[in-house]
Design a protein around this ligand. Structure first.
Ligand code: 8X3
Length: 256
């Protein structure tokens, strides 16, 4: 499927996997609807996307946790941007790696509100239009954490297990329409993920990636664009990808 001129809506597109995905779709000549909380970083990504070949870029300052803002931003899109072809539900984060019984409840709420409720709000706002237009593809970002829970990760892993259920449920609920639904589930990707998880502790974050050649955000963007460019009758249900040095969310081989 050719992406030239297609409207691609990407949440969390100011950095990491979201920004790399924006640039990968830009290189295909897509029209990009970029949403994120960090307006400054988002405008840098938008400028780069123009340089890489995006047919057009429209930025939306949006926190997916805000249900009303999500609905309003979709309802008030300029007409030429309203027919979203591809939704990439990328916005998400981890916070903390505490034992469940000592964890910070604020951390849990931030993860659940963003990774689960935010994803639902955006999906609920965008998919009805896809069904009416008889065209669309929802690509959700899951994780190896969604299939195997690791110590200290109960809530983050639960949000990604929820993403998997929502992904599978949506695919069943759009059956009979041409809408496609995919989950892309990465293992270790080197981004700000760990820095955010550890509330800005750089040393602790760097240790996560020590001795492992981690995936890059571009590796994940590549998988997303691949899923989006299959022929219209092909639905890629799930892509699970890890570094060669990772077997699952618990087992790594680290160079000493
Ligand atoms: C990110 C992968 O294993 O660090 O979803 O939780 S992991």
């Amino acid at each position: 499927m050719n992406l030239q001129g297609k409207i691609v809506f990407i949440t969390g597109s100011s950095g990491g996997i979201g920004a790399a995905t924006a640039l990968a779709f830009a290189a295909q000549g897509a029209r990009l609807l970029l949403a994120a909380r960090r307006a400054g970083k988002l405008s840098s990504v938008a400028a780069l996307a123009h340089q890489r070949g995006a047919a057009a870029v429209h930025s939306i300052h949006l926190d997916v946790r805000n249900r009303r803002a999500v609905q309003d931003s979709i309802d008030t899109l300029p007409e030429e941007w309203a027919s979203i072809d591809i939704l990439v539900n990328n916005a998400g984060l981890s916070r903390g790696l505490e034992r469940l019984y000592t964890g910070r409840i604020e951390d849990w709420e931030e993860m659940i509100d963003t990774n689960v409720k935010g994803l639902l709000y955006v999906t609920r706002a965008v998919v009805p239009g896809m069904v009416v237009r008889g065209h669309g593809h929802v690509i959700n970002l899951g994780s190896t954490a969604g299939e195997l829970t690791y110590p200290g990760g109960a809530v983050y892993c639960a949000t990604k297990a929820a993403e998997r259920s929502i992904n599978d449920g949506l695919r069943q609920d759009v059956l009979g329409t041409p809408v496609r639904v995919t989950t892309v589930d990465p293992g270790m990707v080197e981004t700000d993920f760990s820095l955010v998880r550890f509330h800005g502790d750089k040393e602790r974050a760097a240790k996560v990636y020590q001795g492992v050649k981690a995936l890059t955000p571009e590796d994940i963007a590549d998988a997303i664009v691949w899923a989006a460019t299959r022929p219209a009758h092909v639905n890629i249900a799930r892509i699970l990808l890890t570094p060669v040095q990772q077997a699952n969310s618990l087992l790594f081989h680290r160079d000493s």
